[in-house]
Each structure stands twice: as structure tokens, then as C-alpha cells.
Ligand binder design. Sequence first.
Ligand code: AMP
Length: 374
Amino acid sequence: MSFKDLNIIPPILSALEAQGYKTPTPIQQKSIPIVLDRHDLLACAQTGTGKTAAFAVPLLQLMAAQRSVKKGEIEALILAPTRELALQIGESFHNYSTNLSIRHTVIFGGVSQNKQLNDLKSRPQILVATPGRLLDLINQGFIDISKIQYLVLDEADRMLDMGFVHDVKRIVRLIPKERQTLLFSATMPTSIMQLAGSLLYQPRKVQVDPVSSTAETVQQSVFMVGKEHKKLLLAHLLKETAADKTLVFTRTKYGADKLVRLLVKKGITATAIHGNKSQQARQRALHHFKSGQIKVMVATDIAARGIDIDQLPQVINYELPNIAETYVHRIGRTGRAGSPGLAISFCDTEEVAYLKSIQKLIGFKVTVQQHSFH
Ligand code: AMP
């Protein structure tokens, strides 16, 4: 099956092609026709399954086909629990809408609202938001959501876990009852079913296998290591390893650059790939890594999304992600198509809680390795 078979319009088709998407993922195959048919949707799918495009692509198509009631009104609202997810969704809308004249804006808390207010002046039709900041800006009179026709709740279970249920309900009361609503959640506990019952109208239901089940060919282990010893351990492992390519994940861009400088000093060829680098610099880094000229690529999660490296034997989590699904997504880059892969994580005392939630998600304990370097 291709995106064309799903009746996706040419401007979106070419944008997907530019992203390197060839076939729709299972969640996309199931969800896109339902959304295009204007039904409400209750989808059980995790990060890494392609769920963002499963709602973003058909929503863009519906919006492109329809003349706005009034230009410049917010027609679609996407609610996400975290700033990271909101940004990722924004990036997806950006990528898929390059050939359309549909604008979007992302707003989230924890930063000054000024830039976001400025972005809102471009009168986006799509708003991606975390609930708290959205309510805040609505209360200040900066955002009007009374003309919303499409509502998406992404990672609804996480939204409830983070205590956003009242904010979500408050937001829903401000948008028209007559709308199309899509709810995506990695798990379907009773609380989600109740929320779905109150928000969705005769929803179609779809489910896909969680990504956590795809990591069987990846051998996972963790080193319990103090933050101050991580650098040494990394250099040691990289010198010892037989792997010709290693993808190392850090949480920040700054951290990625710092690590590359250190590795290079120790005589290990390394490059960083992150959002502060130009597209050209990223492509170049990726090319050198793929061709084997550079042994180590240090990446942040956002930068690593969408890059596909065949035959990647080893992934190292220099820092554990605070979102368990991100771990699954990171290690899923090795051990592809049945070939063996190694996923090594470094866990300091502050990251033990992250390790616990990762183990809960994947359903087993990661083997602890001892280090013997000095
Ligand atoms: P998501 O689950 O939405 O976070 O998507 C996970 C990753 O899969 C992202 O890096 C997407 O860019 C990528 N992706 C989504 N759909 C497809 C597709 N049909 N083909 C290839 N990659 C995709």
C-alpha cells in the first residue's frame, strides 16, 4: 500500500516523499481513511509508530479541501502533554504542509510568552499546544478557540498522568460541540475510556502493536555510573568496541558538542548532529557517519528523528531520556530487520527513576553491566 492508495492529495504526497516516507505505517493505514471520512477516532498507538502523521496528514488534507469560514481562524487544535512532543508535532506539520498554505504555531509553558504571541500574529489555522499555556493565553484574551473544527489529543494517557485532565476539560468546554475529535493514547486505562466517552462521538477504534515489542533483536544493558565518570566510560567503551558505528544520544545540543570535542581529543572520530546545525552540516555529518569515515555520531532526540541508518550495530544512551518511549525509539535504531544490535545505557543516580519507568514500559529489567576501567 502507498500513500496514493490512501487518496492523499499531490501536494502532501510530494511532501511525504521528500521526507523519505514510502509506505504508510500500520497506524497510518488504519487511521487516515477514518479521519478523511470525518469520523471521530480513538487510537491506541505509541510514539515511534508514525502516529503523528496518522492525524497530521489527513487533517491537513481536510483543511486544504475546505475553504476557511473566515481566514485566519484557528481551525485545528492539537493538545500535547509536553513541550518536546508539542515541538515534534509542530515539526511534523511543518514537514507535511510545505506545499500548502496552511500555517501552524506551537505554544508551550516554561518559556516567555512573547515569541509565541508574536507567532500567533501570523494567524495560524493549526495550533499545537500544551494545556496550561493554552489556557493561560486564552484567559489573557490572546487566543480564540471558539471556531475549532478539529481537536486532537495526543498521548492522552500521559496528559492524564501529568494531571492535565481539568485543563483539558476546561479547554473542551470552550470549543464547539460540533467538531471532529481524535484521541491518541499509548495505553487505554479506564480513565482514558471515560475521557474518550465524554469527548468523542461514535468513534472508530484502531490499535497497533506497541513499539516496545520490536526490540527483541537488541541486546540491552545498563551501566550504573556517576555523572562525572560517564565521559571516561564512553571513551573506554568506544575504544574497546568492535562496532564500526555507534550512535550516542545526549539530552542537549550543548552536551552533544561537548562530548564530540572530548572524543576527538581522545582520538576517536566523532561528529554531532543537532538542531543548531544547518541542514547542510547535518547531511554532511550523516554522510560521513554512514560511509564509515566517522565512527561516532552524537545526536539529540529531535535531530535523530527521521534519520535512517542501515546496519547500525550500537546505540549508547549517554543520558537516559525522561520519556520511556524515547528509549524504545532510540534503541529501535539498531537491531533492524533481524540483525543483532547493542543498546548500552549510562544511568546516574538522578536517572534511576527514568530507568524504572523504561523497565515498566518494556516489561523487563535491563541487564546491569559492571565497569572496570580506570
Ligand atoms: P511518531 O510515532 O509520529 O513519533 O513517528 C516516528 C518516526 O517515524 C518519525 O521520525 C517519523 O518521521 C517517522 N515516520 C512516520 N511515518 C513514516 C512513514 N510512513 N515512513 C517512514 N517513516 C515514517
